[in-house]
Design a binder for this molecule. Structure first.
Ligand SMILES: [Zn+2]
Ligand SMILES: [Zn+2]
Length: 117
């Protein structure tokens, strides 16, 4: 993806901000010229451009939608069991050119659980 005639350099966010169980691990970039914020899924060539507080698909210009992905928390005494607690994640997607993200997503191992603020 380019902005202002220059290729955008997408970077990973620190793992502290993006725990391993998340479905959406965005790569982010800011245009050095116009300061527009972009993010994208690691495996996609197109992504999302921020205008105001809204993300738009860079492929077709459509406003993105947000899908809720449930992550069951495995806090039970036996492996891969839990009491039904779920952590929600909102994942952006373009309804025009992407499939809706799949829910439920990866379960969260309570032993690895760190409260995010
Ligand atoms: Zn730009
Ligand atoms: Zn799109």
């Amino acid at each position: 993806m380019d902005c202002c005639g220059r290729p955008l350099e997408f970077k990973k966010l620190p793992e502290l901000l993006i725990p391993a169980w998340r479905s959406y691990k965005p790569r982010v970039a800011v245009c050095p010229v116009c300061k527009t914020y972009y993010e994208k899924k690691p495996y996609r060539k197109t992504g999302y451009k921020q205008q105001g507080n809204i993300l738009f698909c860079t492929f077709d210009g459509d406003g993105v939608e947000w899908a809720r992905v449930d992550h069951p928390i495995h806090n039970g005494s036996s492996p891969d069991s839990g009491d039904g607690q779920v952590e929600y994640e909102l994942v952006p997607y373009c309804a025009m050119c992407e499939n809706k993200p799949i829910s439920p997503g990866q379960p969260i191992d309570a032993k690895m659980w760190v409260d995010e603020l």
